[in-house]
Design a protein around this ligand. Structure first.
Ligand code: ADP
Length: 388
């Protein structure tokens, strides 16, 4: 039996459990807290922060290879482990251009992939911001992003003018929350946001899942409509982007790629996540092979599975925390699970906080109709966020 080490014990690791069992794989997890979702399914847990490389060295003694469900690792500290024979999948050199949002933009630019205009911004540049914006040909509104450790919109801000930008930087600096390095980029007035999950094997085979439409509110993913209503040209363009990216990275495993579609039909890459991704949760219930199984297949050198849909379409809605509470929300979950062909996934987090991803629901559809899918999402959200 193969033992796979997973750095990170959140819901993405939790959702690997079914596939691991099917494939006869044991998961050994490195995660900081005994309350983390994947503790319940791990055959063994190393309790330590994600960036603790000494703990990862210990994790390596318990498994055949190590993969990631969380990219907030310290690559520098991990790299001596490679010399000692620790096997990471994807390899550290694959993660290296992706973990910092500015480095990632530079990498995408070098590949000549379409991206928003961008520039690096250091706290020390605050005096010369106007000049910097001018040089980078950026006009307000702009998007300010912490280069590292941002997630679910934390660390990403749309800023309307120079005063708001300065204020935001100052409050960052005083909070010391995201260090002092930022990415500043063009605000894209997108018509829609799209995403694609792609997997690559060590032999270089690539499979892509159906392209989806993602809907964000306050920079957090709220719902995913499957498949996206897009032209063949846009589909082909996105698939080509996925191939270029995964091949140039020599990636092994599943990657999530987020994109913008502009009103004039242009595709731009927003971000690539070197792991399974929220936009691919529908694959658990709506595809022949889930993104979690696909990831384990790729990193364990098993043949890649069929990514095709098993239904005409699907809608996935995130169940986000909307209060600070310790609550299992059983009644609401039961109500949602009564929706025909719904599959409710609950991550078992001990505390709810506003915006925290507590679970998700996927509803399978016999016919694909975007308006109908959006209406189902609305029913779920009114059951979830409505008054009990
Ligand atoms: P995170 O890594 O926290 O998910 P993202 O960079 O993916 O942050 O941004 C989160 C959301 O913010 C995006 O899904 C999108 O809705 C919005 N956003 C990010 N960058 C831009 C941009 N350049 N133009 C317009 N909206 C953006």
């Amino acid at each position: 039996m193969k033992r796979v080490g997973v750095i990170g014990g959140g819901q993405l690791a939790l959702m690997m459990a079914g596939a691991a069992q099917k494939l006869g794989i044991q998961l050994v997890v490195q995660t900081p807290s005994p309350n983390d979702p994947a503790i319940t399914i791990a055959s063994e847990t190393i309790f330590a922060p994600i960036e603790d490389a000494a703990a990862t060295a210990k994790l390596a003694t318990r498994c055949d290879l190590i993969t990631f469900e969380n990219e907030f690792v310290n690559l520098e500290a991990l790299s001596p482990l490679v010399a000692q024979g620790v096997f990471f999948r994807p390899g550290l050199q694959v993660l290296s251009p992706l973990l910092d949002k500015y480095d990632q933009r530079c990498y995408l630019k070098q590949l000549d992939l379409p991206i928003p205009k961008f520039v690096a911004l250091d706290w020390n540049d605050i005096g010369g911001i106007e000049e910097l914006l001018l040089q980078a040909q950026l006009q307000f509104p702009v998007v300010l992003k912490a280069r590292r450790h941002g997630y679910d919109g934390q660390g990403t801000f749309i800023v309307q003018d120079i005063d708001a930008l300065k204020q935001r930087l100052e409050s960052y600096f005083t909070q010391q929350k995201f260090q002092s390095l930022f990415l500043l980029e063009e605000f894209i007035p997108f018509e829609r946001e799209l995403a694609v999950i792609a997997a690559r094997s060590s032999a270089g085979e690539i499979v892509t899942y159906p392209i989806v439409e993602t809907q964000q509110e306050l920079q957090v993913c709220r719902r995913v409509l499957v498949p996206a209503d897009i032209s063949r040209t846009v589909t082909a363009e996105i698939e080509a982007i996925a191939h270029t990216l995964l091949n140039s990275l020599q990636a092994v495993g599943v990657f999530g790629i987020e994109l913008f579609l502009t009103p004039d039909g242009k595709v731009l890459v927003n971000e690539i996540a070197p792991r399974t991704h929220n936009s691919g949760h529908f694959t658990l219930d709506a595809c022949q092979t889930s993104q979690f199984e696909q990831h384990l297949r790729a990193v364990c050198d098993l043949p890649l599975g069929n990514p095709a849909l098993t239904c005409e379409g699907a809608v996935m809605v995130n169940l986000l925390g909307y209060e600070c509470a310790e609550n299992e929300y059983l009644v609401k979950r039961q109500q949602i699970s009564r929706i025909p062909r719904s599959h409710v996934h609950w991550y078992g987090k001990s505390e709810s906080r506003p915006g925290r991803k507590l679970g998700h629901v996927t509803v399978l559809l016999d016919t694909w109709n975007r308006t109908e899918a959006a209406a189902i999402a609305q029913i779920i959200e009114s059951l979830w966020y409505g008054v009990e």
